[in-house]
Design a protein around this ligand. Structure first.
Ligand SMILES: *Cc1c(COP(=O)(O)O)cnc(C)c1O
Length: 412
């Protein structure tokens, strides 16, 4: 037997996929096109009978800014003015005036001295956390156990010691901080809104601990920017604690409706990340067309609260209707509406039935995005989801719950 037959690559890869199938968490991407100006209506390509109309219930374009006339117009204008791409990294030819303007706009949004753009929120977390911690000799990172995969990747790539604190548990965080040498550099990393449960971190109290133990803080506001605070600066804006957080991170792809990620902090930190982070340095900068769209979106949401208020009202309404119907809606204090299923196969099945029979698109959320046994459907109602759509959705869910012989909770 030749050496070439010693490893059966095909078998290993097919086994890896088989494991996902057997656990019921093989990912199927739904093929859709959103209808501009008619969000949350979209078309779904499934089978061979042409696109079918659907209602989208799981988009992170929370406020439909991806279709806002100002955003679309700004992108068209930029495209015709400067063309499609940036043509380079920020250092070599790709530092367009749109990028400079947007960084100033984002710094102002968070009341920070400076901001830095990345090609996605994922990259901003990975690049910033890995670089920051490398610059701090002997740094220990304190990470909330429900932190997003992109933060975990950054922490791992920093090569630092990591202490995981129980989700939102200040006593546990204190205990872990107190156990370290006072001379050790410390970084506390957490999110403001946790996007799968819809709960919020005690930011002020975390900052109190950071002060007490001389740590710096890093807050992922991805699911809050655009949506909370009088100007859309996130929970730190709403609670007026932005100045206490060392670094605020956000995305431009969710509530701002386009694409990209960023951090905002003081000038010195931004200068360090700009100068040392490979994930910032060695990649083509965002297309100026995208940046122009984001600029319009951020500027609009700084002075308009209609979208935010519409979203909060829609989320409250949907939670209320689900509770009334006895559906196991989880305890979210935000715009996120998670419905607990607790089983990956069932979650996928409910989602399949909703799409095939009711034209409702909601993706099942399985491990590793959420812990096993907490599989769920995660709804993200926005200002454009009407009460009629919500009532239709809840009726469909009740019918499916019944059909699958799952229990509805009796009204309290
Ligand atoms: C989506 C998400 C990110 C990544 O942002 P992208 O712009 O989509 O790459 C980071 N953190 C959290 C908590 C997220 O949910």
């Amino acid at each position: 037997m030749g050496l070439s037959s010693a490893v059966n690559y095909k078998h290993i890869f097919s086994q890896a996929i088989e494991r996902l199938h057997s656990e019921g968490r093989y990912r199927v991407f739904i093929d859709i096109l959103r209808n501009k100006g008619a969000y949350p209506n979209a078309r779904c390509f499934h089978g061979h009978n042409g696109p079918k109309p659907i209602t989208v219930w799981c988009s992170n374009d929370y406020l439909a800014m991806g279709q806002h006339p100002k955003v679309v117009a700004a992108m068209e204008e930029a495209l015709h003015d400067v063309g499609a791409g940036s043509g380079g990294t920020r250092n070599i030819g790709g530092n367009t005036h749109y990028h400079v303007d947007l960084e100033n706009e984002l710094a102002d949004l968070h009341g920070k001295e400076a901001a830095l753009l990345f090609t996605s929120g994922y990259v901003s977390n990975e690049a910033t956390l890995s670089t920051l911690a490398k610059l701090l000799p002997g740094c220990v990172i304190f990470s909330d156990e429900l932190n997003h995969a992109s933060m975990i990747a950054g922490i791992r790539n920093s090569g630092c010691e990591k202490r995981v604190w129980r989700h939102n548990d200040l006593d546990h965080l204190r205990e872990l901080l107190a156990a370290e040498d006072p001379e050790t550099p410390k970084l506390i990393a957490f999110e403001s809104v946790y996007s799968m449960d819809g709960d919020i971190a005690p930011i002020a109290e975390i900052c109190d601990l950071a002060d007490e133990y001389n740590a710096i803080t890093y807050c992922d506001e991805v699911h809050a920017v655009g949506m909370y605070g009088p100007r859309g600066g996130g929970i730190t804006d709403r609670d007026a604690v932005a100045d206490r957080v060392t670094i605020i991170e956000g995305t431009l792809g969710k509530a701002f409706g386009v694409m990209g990620g960023y951090i905002a902090a003081d000038k010195m930190i931004i200068d360090c990340i700009r100068s040392y982070a490979p994930g910032f340095i060695f990649t083509t900068s965002l297309s100026p067309v995208l940046v122009a769209g984001v600029l319009a979106s951020v500027r609009h949401l700084k002075q308009s609260s209609v979208e935010r208020e519409g979203q909060q009202a829609a989320a409250a309404k949907l939670k209320e209707l689900m509770r009334e119907a006895g559906l196991p809606v989880m305890n979210s204090v935000t715009h996120i509406v998670p419905l607990l299923v607790g089983d990956p196969v069932k979650a996928k099945k409910i989602s399949d039935i909703l799409l095939a029979e009711y034209g409702v698109y909601v993706q099942p959320i399985n491990y590793p995005t959420v812990p096993r046994g907490t599989e769920r459907l995660r709804f993200t109602p926005g200002p454009a989801h009407s009460e009629e759509m919500m009532r239709d959705l809840v009726a469909a869910l009740v019918e499916i719950w019944d059909r699958m012989e799952m229990e509805l909770q009796k009204a309290a």
